[in-house]
Structure formats: C-alpha cells, structure tokens
Design a protein around this ligand. Sequence first.
Ligand code: SAH
Length: 505
Amino acid sequence: MTVYLVGAGPGDPGLLTVRGAEVLAGADVVVHDRLSVASLLELAPPSAERIGVGKTPRGPSTSQEEINALLVAKGSAGLEVVRLKGGDPFVFARGAEEAAALAAAGVAFEVVPGVTSAVAVPAYAGVPLTARGLATSFTVVTGHGDGLGATPTDWEAVAQVGGTVVVLMGVATRGEIARRLLSGGLAPSTPVASVRWGTRPEQRTVRTTLAALGDADLEPPAVIVIGDVAALDLAWYERLALFGRTVVITRPRHQTAALTRRLQRLGAATIALPTIEIDEPADGGAALRAAAASVGSYDWVVFTSANAVERFLPLLRDARAFGPARVAAIGPGTAQALAEARVVADVVPERFVAEGLLDALPPPPPPASAGRGRGRVLLPRAAVARDVLPDGLRAAGWDVDVVEAYRTRPARPPPEALAAVARADAIAFTSSSTVTSFVEVAGPDAVPPVVVCIGPVTAASARRLGLTVAVEAAVHTLDGLVDALVAALAPTRQATVVGREEASP
Ligand code: SAH
C-alpha cells in the first residue's frame, strides 16, 4: 500500500521519531541497512519480513538499483513497507533515488524525516553547531566524492562562508579537505572535533586542529566538526554512569525491553542473551484453564512471576472472575504485570522472595468460620520452582493448589552472541533459572568479570555454580538491579578525589 522512507536516527534508538515507531509497528516488510540498530527492528511485528540490504564490511552488498526494485516490488504487492535508513532519509542517503523510483512506478510513498547525525552526533559529544559569538551558521558537506577519491565540493568557497563546517563521510578525504579549507582562508588553529559512532555507547571524540586534521588518527563512521564551536566541550553523554560499559541481560526475550531501556539511558551497551524460553505447560494449559474457571473459590491467588500473570489473566472469562479471592504478588515486577491488567495486588511483601511472601500472608481462617473461603490458595507458577512457598503455606494450614502455568527451557544462543558475551563488562541475573541456564548454555568461563544479581536467592544459585557475585541488589527490582550495576561498574570519581586529597601535603 505505502512505502515509508523512515529516518532511524544516528544510533541511539531513543532518537527514532514517534511517527517512525508508528509505521514500524504496522509494517509487513522492513528493508533496513545491515548496520541498523537491532532494537528498532524489534518495533516491527514479529511476523514482519526483515530484509537487510546495503553494504557489509567484507560481505555481500546490494546495489541501489536492487534496493529500488525491491521497494517497488514489495510496495506494488500491496504491503506496508518500511525502508529504514540511518539518520535522515534525504541527507546523503540516496532516499531521493528511492522516492523517485517509487514515484515512477506509481507506488505511494511517505517520507518520515529522521534525526540526522550531522546535528545529533555533535550534540551527544557536547559540541553545539551554533553558539552566540562563535557561529551564526553551519554548513553540512559530504567528504565523499564521486567514488574516484576526489571531492567535487568547492571547499575554498565553504571556507569563505564562515560559521561551522560539518563533514559527513569525510574520514578518508580529511587530508585534502583540510588542505583546501586552509587555502580557502581558514586558520590552521581552527578547532576540530571528530566524533565516531556518535549517540552510541562506542562514541569517541577526538579533538584536533585544522592543521593537524590530515594526520589525526580517525576511523569511520565519524562526523567532523570544524570551527570555533569545536573547542566547546559540553560533554554529558560520555559522562553518564554506565557510558561505554557493556552489560549482558539474560531475561527471556519478551522481558528484556524495560531493563535494556534503563541501561541505555545510562549510556550502557546491552547484549540480550535470553537463556531461557517460555513454553506451554506439559498439559497444554488444561489445569491452568480449570483453575481460572474456578478462581473465585479461592481465598488467595498467589503470583510469583510476571510470566505466571501473563499466562493466567488472559484465561479469565470476566473482569469480575476473582470474586472474593484476594491477590498476592511476590514483588513489584509481578505486581506491575497485574496492574497492567487492572488487578491491584492486595499484598506485596517487603522482601521479594518466597519467604517474604509467607510472612506477609495472613493465617487461614479457622475451620469453623468456613462461610467465605475455605482456606484455599491457588499458586499458578513455573513447572520447576522451589517448594518453600507451597510447603510453608501448607504448614500454616492453607489448602494449596499448585498449578503449572508455564515451563522454562534453556535457549540456544548463536556462537557469535556467546563470543560477544565473553567480552562484556558485566552480566545481570534476574532469577535462579537464568543463572542455571546461562551456565548450562555458555559454561562458567564465558561469564563476564562482573556478576550482578537481583537478590539473595539468585546470588546463592550463582555462587553454588561457582560464580563470584560482585553486587546483590539491595532492593530486588529492576531499578535495584540497575543501581547495583552502577555501583559495580561506574568509575569511582569520588574515590579519585579522596585519593588526591590524601596525597596532598
Ligand atoms: N542519512 C544519514 C547520513 C548517511 S551518510 C544522516 O542523516 O545522518 C553516512 C555518514 O553519516 C557516515 O559516514 C558518518 O559521517 C555519518 N554518521 C552517521 N551515523 C553516525 C554516527 N552514529 N556517528 C558518527 N557519524 C555518523
């Protein structure tokens, strides 16, 4: 139906526009550059076809003609097609050629502008393109010529414009660019800031002068800013608590988003390595459906994971099905999953472990008062779980029905994912089962140097398997886990200051 030429922004997935996210969510086909950010591709429905095109460093490349033909073919087939392009689709991105091909073929298209690297990358490096007294204009130029190495731009004229010069694709030709800007009249001392992999955890800023630009140690992809503003250093991104750190997340695939987002906002790179997948219960869910049909006959329904909530609630036929039954959640994550379905947990213990839940639940009603409830507890949960909770509830006099809500099985990550994991700075474990399956899948030697666990039970499992746990979250939630990661990984700025004070006479 429509082909959307969508700007994906320069790398940080948070820089996609709202409209971009909207059209991705409705896509049948996503045609993306091979280096696109994976988390943006996840915004398309799981069923959408994903086609990687363009250049790969040493691999196959798709020609522009082939890409144009692909867009025309998919668009003519009546599909919703998203063509995802880095930065803005009409800034040095051949979006014009794609739009022209679609127009010529009579295929409807729409352009969703993106945040261009020309502006966003300097911003993430703390370099404003204009500033009072320093620059009243900026000129964005490609350093890439016609493929013959020469650049057809009139650089001497660019030098005469004044203001800030922003060069994209200029790493290879930086020597010639510098020479010609100098001959156009720019001073050799003109400040230069070159930013590689901007807006990503790999961001690196190199500062130099126009005279030294040709010999500066630069690698693509970089945005090169030339002008007085390049001397400014309003750094913020590179100072975030987890900037440049890589953290492995082992939650099941559909639960990684919240933790990933929090870590990315702190400047970290994340590797999602789901080590468990969630499966149907062995009986196909028959027992869970039966329990859901009679949920109102229980005094308490106790949820010990968001997974159990996500499996159980959709089976309820009516919003009022709980009737008099009260609801307990083991911790805030589980309570949040309930809240999303408009069920407010009556009890969330102070300690988010089975023992905490046992302490938080009241004793069963005495047998004589059997009017309401008969002291019955429903516990929908994973096939394999600790028996602390059912045993403890039974010891307290409750009649407990444990019902299998789902099964977990180890996932099989690809070898390249495991290699990346071994090079990461830290790994975050959110449950005992993720630790067990990680060690099973990756082996204890693949564990990154810093291991952080959400709570004492997970940490105990990790230690039992021979891992050294650096930090255990004080509060057993995702926020607590993020705080623990910061404590374990953030550069200890305060310690440096203290050290200096001690060293001074
Ligand atoms: N349409 C894109 C530009 C594509 S040309 C846009 O609007 O941003 C590719 C060039 O963009 C690279 O050679 C580099 O100069 C620049 N670039 C894109 N993303 C970048 C990033 N994250 N960090 C540094 N430079 C980037």
